[in-house]
Write a protein that binds this ligand. Structure first.
Ligand SMILES: Cc1ncc(COP(=O)(O)O)c(C=O)c1O
Length: 394
């Protein structure tokens, strides 16, 4: 007989896993717990000094396991895991930039990064110079003595243009600043930007890294010293990912090298097909690049290819675009990217909705632009499906 009541027993039985040898389970279990208990204040002091597990917003084993894996993949000293990609971007910017500082951002950038810089960071007294990074002379001219950060996506959303990472790193460092890049479209399986001089790498884990379109997350990889500065701000602002999301992302990430390069190769085949199509007036993918973009593609990307993302331009006829979308059997509209299935989005009405039209058109984002995130389907099935749907434009 137990010497406690059921209300007490219900809470204190089934706790046998506590203290288990973590090397035993084949997969790291989910530590879905708000906190970790201590037997004494002395133990609390020891755990705190050792940066051990106390409260899950501060530190959690699943988040730590994912961070360790991302650092390994990106070749960085340390990483932090966030609930969303935007958390990773905004907390890092807020930590590193003080009022009075400037940053330079590629005009080819994700719409909500653009909005964060032009609204929140501006309100914090940090001015951004948006420059088209296809023109490195213009970037050099835009950098001022108080430019503390140069920011770019490695391959831009949605124009799929490659940034000159080595040249940007050199420029940032010469000015005593840092280069921060977003590796979302490319992933560490195509490029490790730190190897080319980047100081801070962001990944939107929601996308190809997790790859299954079922959980959101983000990461920042950089030096231990910078992570030590960013971590407390992330913790105070409540942006770390929870244990379940971290566990799910790590589970998806384990097979990423089997998925992402295959998706990138299929994107190359689709890009070639679209480029040969009569109704499409433009296709953006690094495999079709010319001039300096081609040189950059060869310099930065290895045998895994560049990106599973591409975009193409259809005639600006919304009725026909609707008919084209409806005719597709395998590719559905979804305002996201990086899942197992091929999806398309329409940047003007989704990711770049808040960017002024004039600015969008300047970098080639028109109402006819469709952004494609290429999945794991057989490439020939996708080509057949697109060829059939494109008949609406004939
Ligand atoms: C390049 C890029 N970076 C960051 C983000 C933001 O990620 P999240 O939606 O997880 O906040 C996105 C979202 O689409 C993106 O495309």
């Amino acid at each position: 007989m137990n010497d406690f009541e059921r209300a007490t027993g219900l809470l204190h039985t089934g706790m046998g896993a506590r203290g288990m040898d973590l090397k035993k389970p084949e997969t790291l279990p989910i530590f879905e717990t708000t906190a970790f208990t201590m037997d004494s204040l002395t133990e609390l002091a020891e755990v705190t000094a050792d940066k051990g597990w106390t409260y899950s917003r501060t530190r959690n084993p699943n988040r730590a396991a994912l961070a360790e894996t991302i650092s390994y993949l990106e070749g960085g000293e340390a990483s932090l895991i966030f609930g969303y990609g935007m958390g990773a971007i905004s907390v890092t910017l807020l930590t590193l930039l003080q009022p009075g500082a400037r940053l330079t951002c590629n005009a080819h950038t994700y719409g909500e990064t653009f909005t964060t810089l032009s609204s929140i960071m501006k309100k914090m007294g940090v001015e951004t110079d948006f420059v088209d990074y296809l023109d490195m002379d213009a970037v050099r001219a835009a950098v001022k003595p108080n430019t503390k950060l140069i920011y770019s996506e490695v391959v831009s959303n949605p124009t799929v243009k490659i940034a000159d990472i080595p040249a940007l790193a050199e420029l940032a460092h010469k000015n005593g600043g840092l280069l921060m890049v977003d590796n979302t479209f490319t992933s560490p399986f195509s490029i490790r930007p730190i190897d080319f001089g980047a100081d801070i790498v962001v990944n939107r884990l929601t996308q190809f890294m997790k790859g299954h379109a079922d959980v959101l997350g983000g990461s920042v990889t950089t030096t231990q010293a910078l992570v030590d500065k960013i971590r407390p701000i992330s913790m105070l602002m409540g942006t770390p990912a929870d244990s379940f999301a971290s566990w799910m992302i790590l589970r998806g990430l384990r097979t990423a090298e089997l998925r992402i390069p295959r998706q990138a190769k299929t994107a190359e085949k689709l890009a070639k097909f679209f480029a040969e199509s009569k109704c499409i007036t433009g296709v953006c993918h690094p495999s079709l690049a010319e001039g300096r973009q081609k040189e950059l593609a060869e310099m930065l990307f290895g045998e895994n290819g560049s990106t599973p993302m591409l975009s193409f331009i259809l005639p600006e006829d919304i009725e026909k675009i609707d008919a084209f979308m409806k005719a597709l059997k395998f590719t559905k509209y979804a305002p996201t990217l990086g899942g197992l299935r091929t999806t398309m989005s329409h940047p003007v009405t989704s990711s770049h909705f808040s960017m002024p039209d004039e600015q969008r058109r300047k970098i080639g984002i028109t109402p006819g632009m469709i952004r494609l995130s290429v999945g794991l389907e057989d490439p020939d099935d996708l080509i057949k499906d697109f060829a059939n749907a494109m008949k609406v434009f004939e």
